[in-house]
Design a protein around this ligand. Sequence first.
Ligand SMILES: [Zn+2]
Length: 310
Amino acid sequence: MSPLGQSSWSFFRRLLHFFPFRARNAGVMTTVTRFAPSPNGPLHLGHAYAAIVAHDRAREDEGLFLLRVEDIDGARSRSELSEEFRADLAWLGLEWREVAAQSTRIARYRAAFDSLHRRGLVYPCGCTRAEIAAAATKVGPDGPVYPGTCRTRPVPPGRDVVWRIDVARALAATGPLTWRDERRGEQEARPDLLGDVVLWRKDAPASYHLAATADDAFDGVSVVTRGADLFAATHVHRLLQALLGLPVPVWHHHRVIVESDGRKLAKRRGAPSLGDRRRAGEDGRALAERLRAGLLDSGLSFSEYVNMVP
Ligand SMILES: [Zn+2]
């Protein structure tokens, strides 16, 4: 992969200093949070709770709550859903400022990726899913850990290639790292728990890890709120911040809504969408108040759902 010329990572990083949301107020940085849904399905109660937590956390400090549409997965993204998201947030009684969708930021992700590539911190992998499952010897917080097969072999011809971060080499470059969760305190960064995760692929260019990390920095997000199911991903994000020279936010991993079988609420298993509830005439502000009070529809409960160390 070749660098993009003018769009070097140092160019993008310099932009950080001019970002409007990083305005200082009496010497104190404004608290900025964000809700970042993907337009590959309608929002449900779990999303409503995540948006309310982010919104209320910003409001606590008279800060700013942002909406960012994570539409980078072109194959699955449906643009009409972005309008639905706005209607859902308004229905819940939230106020937000919308920032640029991810699909407009690909050059920035590419520059970040190129910067890692130039330093030899990523490598191509041509393993199939079955090969990884067969070779994996460790199970991490998100499933089988990639065994590092392609770190030392050329990619077999004819394979689709993804690019993985070399976590051991990256950690050697940064040294030990820590991060802080508002609810769980200081954490030692352990990206090795997830292994050499994918940062770049052909169909959905930048991975969630790379795109979300770059975006949160550029959007000036100072408190990253998100479900506790993403707790382990933060180890990787902290590593990427150190490698890319990005500011380090604090995190706030909140509980998630689960069904009676303990699994996360999901549209594909029949969770009604916020749009359906809105169109059926339900009072969205009243729903938001119930969620704030921890009251859920029957059959649902809150779970810490933390995937820390297996
Ligand atoms: Zn591989």
